[in-house]
Design a protein around this ligand. Structure first.
Ligand SMILES: [Fe+2]
Length: 216
């Protein structure tokens, strides 16, 4: 559907933007985009989605963070379509990709989204559920988006618990079989973090840590 050379051009453009604005994209930088692109392509092969469209959607799915800090995918629609146009993606395919990105958004995704959005969503959701993400990357999310730990814990539990409980945390059965226990552990961790923030002594501990970091 999208020729390999055009996908490569999108990749080069997004990689260039990620490198130029790396200081602003501590969480959603090239490491995230490249992981989601790779996994989304594999999930697309598994579920029969249009692979080149899914990979291209993955490459441009988080450009909203270049446009507006702590924003929804829709905030990146203009830049997303501009990148796709520069690479030679036909306008109707670019519009399809923009819809896929919106469909796959964690905060609003439903049970019956398109196969392409399912593949993208499973890859993006997997990144969130990786056991290494809270350890290595969560503090980068806080910095990138200018939010506190309680706000992030509330966002994760608020957005992810319901899709987990309703059975479409992952759409692909193989992804669910392989990664569901990571998702469950991750959600439990963030629920515990949220609980711990209600403990006055934990709050005092964190204030001391952030105070000593601020004066270091
Ligand atoms: Fe993402």
């Amino acid at each position: 559907m999208i020729p390999p050379g055009v996908v490569d051009a999108v990749e080069a453009d997004v990689h260039r933007l990620c490198a130029r604005y790396a200081a602003r994209l501590q969480f959603h930088g090239w490491h995230h985009v490249n992981f989601v692109r790779t996994k989304a392509g594999r999930f697309a092969v598994l579920n029969g989605a249009e692979v080149s469209v899914v990979e291209t959607a993955a490459l441009v799915h988080d450009v909203n963070y270049l446009v507006l800090r702590n924003s929804a995918a829709a905030a990146g629609s203009g830049l997303r379509c501009a990148i796709l146009a520069r690479a030679g993606v036909p306008r109707h395919v670019a519009a399809w990709i923009d819809r896929i990105v919106d469909e796959a958004e964690m905060a609003s995704r439903g049970k019956d989204i398109s196969l392409e959005a399912q593949a993208l969503s499973d890859a993006d959701t997997l990144f969130k559920a990786l056991p290494v993400t809270p350890v290595v990357l969560a503090h980068k999310y806080l910095e990138e988006n200018g939010i506190g730990l309680r706000e992030l814990a509330n966002k994760i539990c608020g957005e992810q618990q319901s899709v987990h409980d309703e059975g479409f945390y992952f759409y692909n059965a193989e992804a669910a079989a392989q990664y569901a226990h990571w998702a469950a552990a991750n959600l439990q961790l963030w629920q515990c973090i949220r609980e711990s923030l209600d403990d006055a002594d934990v709050s005092a501990l964190l204030e001391t840590v952030s105070g000593s970091q601020a004066t270091a």
